[in-house]
Design a protein around this ligand. Structure first.
Ligand SMILES: Nc1ncnc2c1ncn2[C@@H]1O[C@H](COP(=O)(O)OP(=O)(O)O)[C@@H](O)[C@H]1O
Ligand SMILES: [Mg+2]
Length: 230
């Protein structure tokens, strides 16, 4: 479904991604882990065309994305739930959802979003900026779903949320997976990552240092690549 090969991405002169390759199989969740500043967001932005890679390829369902502007990548079927939610504070919940609406038959629409997130229905007319962190995360996920993506990229959806809200987000991701959505999840929350992942990648300084099925993602791997001292 998603096939990312040999990405080399720069910000000006600084070389951030070094030959990053990763995959998401249809209907599965791949998780991308790594400490702060290792290039996780840059990887998602390279896939979306927000920060176009210098070389490398991004192929979604056989179609090349790497030369497309981000609105076309979105149109081709990749949705992004950005780090920090990025909802519009001065638009209502409903208006936030309408900004990305791309109706398809039997797909996501306002009603389905409100069925999935009853709390958003209750706050339909509230301004985005007045929502709690958890509500904003629901809205951010809802807004990405309104584009009716084939593949959803989520950038640290648990960041800054209470444990209770984190388990809500886990539930949502599981439900989306059951519905057949493919996802690439960036996380720093290891418990959440191992709960959801079919496949795990670890980024270190812009390089993929671990690439394995979730069963291979054991204590040894965690200690080796993710411990704070390394
Ligand atoms: N807009 C930018 N301009 C220059 N450097 C950036 C920019 N965004 C991120 N970086 C640098 O790229 C590296 C990777 O950042 P990022 O992809 O945000 O990491 P992560 O999401 O894993 O925390 C970091 O060293 C960061 O300082
Ligand atoms: Mg990031």
């Amino acid at each position: 479904m998603l096939d990312v090969q040999h990405l080399q991405t720069y910000y000006g002169e600084s070389h951030i991604l070094h030959d990053v390759s990763l995959h998401v199989k249809k209907g599965s969740v791949s998780v991308l882990l790594g400490r702060n500043g290792m290039g996780k967001t840059t990887t998602l932005h390279s896939i979306m065309g927000i920060v176009p890679p210098k070389t490398g390829s991004v192929v979604l369902n056989g179609k090349e994305m790497q030369a497309l502007p981000s609105y076309q990548v979105s149109k081709a079927g990749i949705g992004l739930v950005p780090q920090g939610r990025r909802i519009f504070p001065n638009l209502s919940v409903k208006e936030n959802l309408l900004t990305t609406s791309r109706p398809v038959r039997d797909g996501w629409d306002m009603k389905k979003i409100f069925d999935m997130f009853p709390r958003l229905k209750e706050r339909e007319t509230s301004m985005g900026g007045t929502l709690s962190g958890g509500e904003q995360q629901m809205l951010s996920i809802g807004r990405a779903l309104m584009t009716n993506p084939d593949l959803l990229l989520l950038d640290e959806p648990s960041e800054g949320l209470s444990p209770l809200m984190v388990s809500e987000v886990i539930k949502i991701i599981k439900q989306l997976k059951e519905d057949g959505l493919s996802m690439l999840l960036v996380e720093q929350n290891l418990a959440m990552a191992s709960d959801l992942a079919d496949h795990v990648y670890i980024l270190n300084k812009g390089t993929v240092v671990f690439d394995g099925a979730s069963e291979e993602f054991d204590i040894e791997v965690r200690d080796k690549y993710l411990s704070l001292s390394s």
